[in-house]
Ligand binder design. Structure first.
Ligand code: NZQ
Ligand code: ZN
Length: 388
């Protein structure tokens, strides 16, 4: 197991109706609140009304229409609102996009330079606006980590950034708020959790038994409860287990001590920047192709472990048979259970920009994707081609 520092300062309120404690929670912050949200799901669900009623003694400012794959323009708009109105706290209500956009705003408000420069290099941050979040889509884990991902459409770039000051101070996780999700977003969230687990689990560090078992447990949770929520969106047991698994997967608990490559995420973020596709959908298409591409004598044992411990494949079979069966079962899960297409073509992406995108994916990782298996530019093109 590698060395690590684990420090996660986010206070979590988890469970049914926990969002009704918002007025109490917000008492410890100042009076000027920037409410950040997306394209209107919180208005349709009635959450907006409930929040405004609870915060009627605060000065409320709003940044609406934060897009899925949140854009730099929203960050800049939010920074202006924060600076002009002495915002004391940002209240982020939505999925990963709203939370990530809020993190960028929180940091860039006090950053000496423009917002994109902060995203490219946040290391010099020394102050940020505190964030309280209410999660309405579980998957990204943004509610309990200090990472954000922002798209700069002008240059077709989507970049991740992280800084310890950007952890939400409080996150409210009420699984009932995810009941209103459309089926495709529920599916994308489940695929995203699984992809995060693969990104951290498929690596070459040995001896991290605790983390491996945590990964097995969270993977089993996704496999067990995804079919339930696809069929019955208001199943509390399923929604709550998926929500907590999503949060714990990406709050460093399962990943610390591993060497993480984030290969599929590097390839997907570029698809998001160029085609604005849904994050979890792109990952579900790329992952089986990536797995097949990197499977060899040096990687097979981890696939065997995954196949036997998570998917229940007979351990007496030959290693490559187990590995291939595990990859096929994973793809079948994405396609048959989550109802996600298996090719880029089906989501409107053709091969005309594969080379350009591969270059960007590699650039975002400083020239090479050092994952479970090292990927160079041509490897990324090859993987895109397998997915077309
Ligand atoms: O905009 P609204 O109207 O709210 O609708 C959203 C949006 O259209 C809708 N939605 C959310 N909650 C809903 C709902 N609709 C009905 N009922 C609800 N309860 O769902 C759509 C997608 O929302 P979005 O926030 O974009 O999805 P997600 O949570 O999957 O976030 C994706 C973004 O997170 C980044 C991705 O790159 C992508 O930009 N990620 C962030 C990470 C992090 N911060 O650690 C890690 C991830 O790997 C990922 O990269
Ligand atoms: Zn993700």
């Amino acid at each position: 197991m590698n060395n690590f520092i684990f420090h996660v300062p986010t206070k979590v309120y988890f469970g049914k109706d926990e969002h009704k404690n918002l007025s109490e929670i917000m008492k410890s912050f100042g009076t000027n609140v920037l409410l950040v949200y997306g394209s209107g799901s919180i208005k349709k669900s009635g959450l907006y009304e409930s929040v405004m009623a609870q915060l009627n003694e605060k000065n409320m400012y709003e940044l609406a229409n934060v897009a899925a794959n949140p854009r730099l323009e929203s960050v800049v708009e939010g920074v202006t609102l924060c600076r002009n109105n002495n915002i004391d706290v940002i209240l982020a209500i939505g999925g990963g996009s709203v939370c990530d956009c809020s993190k960028a705003i929180a940091g860039a408000t006090y950053f000496d330079g423009d917002a994109w420069d902060m995203i490219m290099d946040p290391i010099s941050l020394n102050k940020a606006v505190p964030i309280v979040s209410i999660t309405t889509l579980s998957g990204t884990g943004s509610e309990m980590n200090c990472t954000g991902v922002i798209t700069n459409q002008e240059i077709n770039d989507k970049r991740g950034f992280r800084h310890p000051l950007l952890f939400p101070v409080v996150s409210i996780l009420d699984p009932t708020l995810t009941y209103t999700l459309p089926k495709n977003q529920t599916a994308a969230g489940c695929a995203d959790i699984l992809s995060h687990l693969f990104e951290i689990y498929f690596n070459r560090v040995e001896g991290a038994y605790v983390q491996e078992e945590l990964c097995h447990s969270f993977m089993k949770t996704v496999f067990k409860y995804s079919p339930v929520v696809m069929d019955k969106p208001d199943d509390y047991e399923a929604r709550s287990n998926l929500m907590w698994a999503a949060t714990l997967t990406l709050n460093s608990l399962a990943g610390s001590g591993f060497a993480q490559g984030w290969s599929c995420h590097a390839m997907q973020h570029v698809l998001g920047a160029f085609y604005n596709n849904t994050h979890g959908v792109g990952l579900a298409i790329l992952t089986p192709a990536w797995m097949r591409y990197i499977l060899d004598e040096t990687t097979v044992s981890r696939f065997v472990k995954y196949g036997v411990h998570v998917l229940g494949i007979d351990s007496n079979k030959e290693d490559f048979e187990i590995a291939n069966e595990a990859i096929q079962m994973t793809q079948d899960f994405f396609v048959n259970v989550l109802e996600i297409p298996s090719t880029l073509h089906e989501v409107g992406i053709d091969d005309t920009r594969f080379e350009e995108m591969a270059k960007k994916a590699i650039q975002s990782k400083n020239g090479v994707i050092k994952g479970f298996k090292t990927l160079y530019e041509q490897d990324v093109v090859n993987i895109y081609n397998i997915c077309k």
